[in-house]
Design a protein around this ligand. Structure first.
Ligand SMILES: Nc1nc2c(c(=O)[nH]1)N[C@H]1C(S)=C(S)[C@@H](COP(=O)(O)OP(=O)(O)OC[C@H]3O[C@@H](n4cnc5c(=O)[nH]c(N)nc54)[C@H](O)[C@@H]3O)O[C@H]1N2
Ligand SMILES: Nc1nc2c(c(=O)[nH]1)N[C@H]1C(S)=C(S)[C@@H](COP(=O)(O)OP(=O)(O)OC[C@H]3O[C@@H](n4cnc5c(=O)[nH]c(N)nc54)[C@H](O)[C@@H]3O)O[C@H]1N2
Ligand code: SF4
Ligand SMILES: [Mo]
Length: 728
């Protein structure tokens, strides 16, 4: 590793799923990192790691400023209170563990058994945190009540891949951006949310303008659509009809790949029957698009040597999210656009380790190694590896994120444990969540931040040592695993999540199963459990990753470094019973809560370039606060006029559930009938704008992912300056 002083650390960026490589420079009196926080804590400087194969030295503004977030506003010791009305008081870890053990054992003695306990974790865990949590909940406690914020994020992609291709696992890699001729971006603001990937695509486009065409499907014009050759400003929630319309035209124009269809797919007939009814005229009117645009995209798709589609939350966060993912994969199957350079359906993962979470079984229906709790063979394999008696793992999926809230509401949960996520900002229907939590006997929050909104609804706060203070691995969107070292000392009494879960496991009596001395041992056990699975990474270890750098899976035992497969399904065989990929034929449904006379607009909620989710980290960076000083309601000039809103003034946005206030930004960039708010400003932020208090929780019946991209709202000028919502 040339040009590296021994003190420099290399890691994966802890923000988005692009998973760029960072090089961290220690503070030194002469170097560029000679800066300190107000309390004297030295600030590390981050820059792009040129040796990281996924990002080749590139970073965005969030990755570059991550050093400034690491010690500010941190929770430093365990805190406890008996009721939400009391003040917190410091307690020792010893007392915290004793309390957890007592309450867990008491709950297990009720008629519910372990079903009265649930954990809500996060794609911001390291894989080791995820894995030990699965073993604790699904193995030791025998409840599958572990779900993660990936339920709000990637679960439609997970379900969609599994339904169409037989298994989860994005088949593409970032190199495909350099090879595709059509880049079809649907429901993704890649420019702001996966900036380094987007820059890679733009660079290619600048150098070879004629070799790649970019199509963007989004009801808003964004920095992403600005760079597109064609922007389809689709009506929210109508993507499935668009995809069926494209399928209709591809079939009608004969732009299919008969050899691939014949050898590698099944279910074409039912699909062709379904899309026959989705004529261009019907689709154009359903989606609110000119018919010519539809025909142009079909011609581009049919005529391109390689088509890469990229998608994220505009597709996944739908009550028919799994069906939309299937609709997109259908087009790749129809045209044989999968398993070769520049081609394939590529889900861009949101969080830095949402992928690792899927590998480790971090949703309520999964087990490690892309296994399912409903599969008896899978359960037996995992029970044996974990050294729990047969029958220890329950056969039914556990409670999903929203079902956990409903269980609390019904008085069915004694203990709700939140770790590395901030549901009091990011779950839908927030007022209902707050009312539920006021009833929960014990809310435990493992946090690195001292004052996340969720901390205000907790009884027990456990200080977490985050990325930079713990060693572990993360997997990025292209299946590449990076070792993330502990390169800074832990803050206060904080501990890595996996250590806390393992310690609790031992204290609950499972001494043998949780006897880990390091996260390297945790990883070794997990890696062995993936042998022979689609996500086989049994040849990897912390040692190898540290020595040889990031690696892609599949990486079976004995693989040579650098030999990880760049693409999946290159032979036209799929991990389904028949070996064929499946067409899925679903009728488009549209929005769960369509606009009506009382709530005439569709509110969609998403992200800004400089902020990360609930701002517990990026909110501490001056440069990012200056970039986005406040949340803005984007509204089209015609709607602004219709509802009496003026640029720069305050508006009240009201849904069936709640109302919030935000400043108005009148903009031609958004579709008439649609408005946009960012998700970032929870009730602890200034100015507060709890967008998710407006959103509903109706979800895709297959993936259980809520429709976080659309609720019906009304807007009006705000009568007065907004009052921050009252704090808990
Ligand atoms: N800067 C920044 N980057 C991030 C994050 C962050 O917080 N900040 N978070 C990370 C995470 S966890 C995630 S999941 C990703 C999310 O990445 P993205 O999904 O790209 O981000 P969003 O802004 O949530 O939504 C993307 C777009 O979907 C559009 N959309 C809304 N409704 C529809 C629809 O019906 N159809 C279509 N086609 N589009 C629609 C919205 O207008 C929006 O522009 O970003 C990751 N990267
Ligand atoms: N309406 C609407 N709602 C949305 C979305 C949307 O697009 N629209 N997007 C959804 C999506 S895709 C996502 S991913 C979620 C994101 O929503 P959240 O997961 O709620 O957002 P974060 O702010 O990332 O919360 C992570 C928390 O973990 C803490 N933390 C960081 N590292 C660690 C660690 O190592 N251990 C522990 N214990 N804590 C740590 C941070 O301080 C932070 O408070 O929001 C979802 N909600
Ligand atoms: S693109 Fe994503 S992973 Fe890369 S530096 Fe930015 S936030 Fe980090
Ligand atoms: Mo996400």
């Amino acid at each position: 590793m040339p040009e590296t002083t021994r003190a420099n650390a290399r890691s994966q960026c802890p923000y988005c799923g692009v998973g760029c490589g960072l090089e961290l420079l220690p503070p030194s009196p002469s170097g560029p990192g000679a800066r300190c926080d107000a309390d004297g804590t030295p600030i590390w400087t981050a820059r792009g790691d040129r040796h990281h194969p996924s990002s080749l030295g590139q970073v965005c503004i969030k990755g570059a400023t991550v050093g400034e977030t690491l010690s500010r506003g941190r929770l430093r010791q365990p805190l406890h209170r008996s009721s939400l009305q009391e003040e917190f008081r410091p307690i020792s870890w010893e007392t915290a563990f004793a309390l957890l053990v007592e309450r867990i054992n008491a709950s297990r003695q009720t008629r519910r058994g372990s079903g009265g306990i649930a954990m809500y974790g996060s794609g911001q865990f390291h894989t080791e945190d995820y894995y030990v949590a699965q073993k604790l909940f699904k193995g030791a406690l025998g409840t599958n009540n572990f779900d993660a914020n990936s339920r709000l994020c990637m679960s439609s992609a997970v379900a969609g891949y599994a339904r169409s291709l037989g298994s989860d696992g994005p088949p593409c890699c970032y190199d495909d951006l350099d090879h595709c001729h059509l880049a079809f971006l649907i429901g993704t603001n890649t420019a702001e949310c996966h900036p380094v990937l987007f820059q890679r695509l733009l660079k290619r486009k600048r150098r070879h303008p004629d070799s790649v065409t970019i199509v963007v499907v989004d009801p808003r014009a964004t920095d992403t659509s600005k760079a597109a050759d064609l922007h389809l400003a689709i009506a929210p929630g109508t993507d499935l009809a668009l995809l069926h319309g494209l399928g209709h035209l591809l079939l009608r124009n004969g732009d299919t790949d008969p050899a691939f269809l014949d050898a590698s797919t099944e279910g074409l007939e039912a699909y062709a029957d379904l899309v026959a009814a989705w004529t261009p005229e019907r689709v154009a009117s359903f989606c609110g698009l000119p018919e010519a645009q539809l025909r142009a995209v079909a011609a581009l798709w049919g005529g391109s040597a390689s088509v890469l589609s990229l998608w994220s939350m505009g597709v996944n966060q739908r009550r028919e999210g799994t069906a939309v993912v299937g609709g997109l994969i259908n087009l790749h199957l129809l045209t044989g656009q999968i398993g070769r350079p520049g081609a394939g359906p590529f889900s861009l993962t949101g969080q830095p380790n949402a992928m690792g979470g899927r590998e480790a079984g971090g949703l309520s229906h999964l087990l490690p190694g892309y296994r399912q709790v409903s599969d008896g063979g899978h359960r037996a394999e995992v029970e044996a590896a974990w050294r729990f008696p047969p029958g220890s793992i329950a056969p039914e999926p556990g409670l999903t994120a929203w079902q956990q809230i409903e269980a609390i509401e019904a008085g069915d949960l004694d203990l709700w444990w939140v770790a590395a996520t901030n549901p009091l900002v990011s779950l839908p229907n927030l007022e209902r969540v707050k009312r539920a939590l006021e009833r929960c006997p014990l809310v435990v929050v493992s946090e690195s931040a001292a004052d996340s909104e969720s901390c205000h609804y907790a009884h027990l706060l456990l200080p977490a040592a985050p990325w930079s203070e713990k060693a572990g691995v993360m997997t990025n969107s292209e299946r590449r695993i990076t070792y993330c070292p502990a390169y800074r000392p832990r803050t206060g009494e904080s501990r890595p999540d996996w250590e806390v879960f393992a310690e609790l496991g031992r204290r609950l009596g499972f001494v043998e199963q949780f006897r880990y001395r390091s996260s390297a041992e945790v990883f070794a056990e997990f890696a062995a459990l993936t042998a022979g699975r689609v996500c086989d990474l049994s040849g990897l270890s912390h040692d190898l990753l540290e020595r040889e750098g990031p690696q892609q899976w599949p990486f079976p035992l004995g693989s040579a470094p650098g030999s990880g497969s760049r693409r999946l399904h290159t032979e036209g065989r799929f991990p389904t019973p028949s070996g064929r990929a499946r067409f899925v034929a679903e009728q488009p449904l549209g929005l769960a809560e369509p606009p009506c006379a009382a709530y005439p607009l569709v509110l969609t909620v998403g992200r800004y370039l400089g902020h990360w989710h609930t701002m517990t980290r990026t909110g501490h960076v001056e440069r990012l606060r200056t970039l986005h000083p406040e949340p803005l309601l984007e509204i089209h000039p015609r709607d602004a006029e219709r509802f009496g809103l003026r640029e720069g003034e305050l508006a009240t946005i009201r849904s069936r559930r709640h109302a919030v206030t935000a400043r108005v930004e009148v903009s031609e960039r958004i579709r008439v009938g649609t408005v946009f708010l960012p998700m970032h400003w929870g009730f602890r932020q200034e100015p507060a704008c709890e967008a998710n208090a407006l959103m509903h929780e109706q979800a895709c019946p297959i993936s259980q992912q809520p429709e976080l991209k659309a609720s019906a709202v009304a807007v009006a000028p705000a009568a007065a300056e907004p009052q921050p919502s009252s704090w808990a």
